[in-house]
Write a new protein. Structure first.
Length: 419
């Protein structure tokens, strides 16, 4: 590690995040990012890595996408953040583009900064619309680090911060368990059923047949709104703009973020139907913040949507989907004692191993082979596997070759007690 990186880590241990620094040191991976472009980034020593994490989808269009960068530069020449009180053509253009790629029942867009903030807002909108307070969500989901989002997600995180969810207002159920869902809905006090379409932090377990359609049906049967958390699974990662729609569902609200930023300017949004947006017809000032719908952010996000709607991008996603599907199946056959399940929907992928810490071991082994991917925090047997949508075939082939080597090394790691 370079002297500059050593200095950065030493200082970070004091003033940034001591436990995270200690964890990276434990695994011998004291990374400080340097140059970056497209599917690759380098550390300060010049070691090159393929990014197969994409920051959960933030870099959905790769690092430093030139079109996004230019849109931001051009925007900065004429506007700044703008004023959250006033409309603008940039806000209107983004909202129109989001509605154009969303189900026909969607009528309004409320833009924010981060995914957790948008989840908080969506739940508030549902509570206002239904005059109820209960939120039903998945025990295995992560919706963000803000107040409502954290309490709606895996309860252990909320408990860590002494924010144990009140059972009168939050109920956590199993993914794919429709009986549990209906049992809670029968209380007739639920405002929102909040579902992460494919729970990322649980390792992308796939939904059972018709699951999301049934979530929608049951929510509406019992007077609740259905919120689809598409922060990680949206933005064409499933092969369609919204993964919930690929599974045949039509939510009352879709929450998006991460990739909407283009990797440059934090942006999120709640896309909603008329019922969910009812509060805006009564008091449009009731929910606002200084950086709500910033003009620069809208310019960047609008360019993201322009790129995502191109036929060539859809074609590349389909090609990547097929490539990984075929080659991961071959690797599973070769490493069948260790790689026991391939979870895939488009370029949303989770690699499940036979060891409780296999995803963690595979993460470490891939780093050593020049690939950055991250284990699933709520199931460390699984590795999250997330290419950007514009990755070329040559890079995808490198990923498969390096994964082949890393699988052998990871299996050897878990056989030792030191992991």
């Amino acid at each position: 590690m370079s002297k500059e990186a050593e200095k950065i880590y030493a200082e970070a241990a004091k003033i940034w995040n001591p436990d995270r620094v200690a964890t990276f040191k434990k695994f011998g991976f004291e990374m400080v990012m340097g140059k970056r472009q497209g599917s690759y980034f380098e550390d300060l020593d010049g070691h090159k890595y393929i990014n197969m994490h994409s920051n959960g989808g933030v870099f959905n269009l790769g690092h430093r996408n030139p079109e996004i960068r230019q849109a931001l530069i051009d925007g900065m020449a004429v506007v700044d953040a703008g004023n959250h009180y006033f409309p603008s053509r940039y806000k209107n253009e983004l909202n129109e583009k989001l509605l154009a790629v969303s189900p026909e029942n969607m009528k309004y867009v409320f833009t924010l900064n981060g995914g957790g903030e948008a989840i908080d807002a969506a739940v508030k909108f549902a509570r206002r619309a239904t005059k109820r307070q209960r939120v039903i969500s998945l025990a295995c989901a992560f919706h963000g680090g803000t107040g409502i989002a954290m309490q709606a997600g895996n309860p252990e995180l909320a408990e860590f911060f002494n924010m144990t969810p009140d059972p009168k207002f939050y109920t956590h159920i199993e993914y794919n368990n429709l009986e549990q869902l209906e049992m809670v809905l029968k209380k007739n006090d639920t405002a929102a059923v909040l579902i992460e379409t494919i729970p990322a932090t649980a390792g992308f377990p796939m939904p059972i047949e018709n699951y999301h359609r049934e979530v929608q049906r049951l929510a509406h049967q019992y007077g609740a709104l259905y919120i689809a958390d598409e922060v990680q699974t949206g933005m064409m990662r499933s092969g369609q703009m919204w993964c919930c729609c690929k599974f045949g569902a039509t939510p009352d609200m879709i929450v998006t973020g991460k990739g909407l930023s283009g990797g440059y300017y934090p942006m999120s949004a709640v896309i909603m139907n008329d019922e969910a947006a009812g509060w805006m017809k009564v008091d449009g000032f009731a929910h606002t913040s200084s950086f709500n719908g910033t003009e620069l952010g809208c310019i960047v996000a609008a360019k993201v949507l322009d790129i995502l709607r191109r036929p060539a991008v859809k074609q590349n996603i389909d090609q990547l989907t097929e490539f990984f599907q075929q080659n991961l199946a071959k690797l599973q056959q070769k490493h069948r004692e260790f790689l026991i399940e391939i979870r895939q929907c488009g370029v949303i992928m989770g690699l499940k191993t036979a060891h409780p810490l296999g995803g963690q071991a595979l993460m470490v082994a891939l780093i050593k082979n020049g690939v950055w991917a991250v284990m699933a925090d709520f199931d460390k047997s699984v590795l999250q596997f997330k290419p950007n949508l514009l990755m070329d075939q040559a890079t995808a082939k490198k990923v498969i070759n390096r994964l082949d080597q890393a699988l052998t090394e990871a299996q050897q790691m878990v056989s030792t007690p030191s992991l």
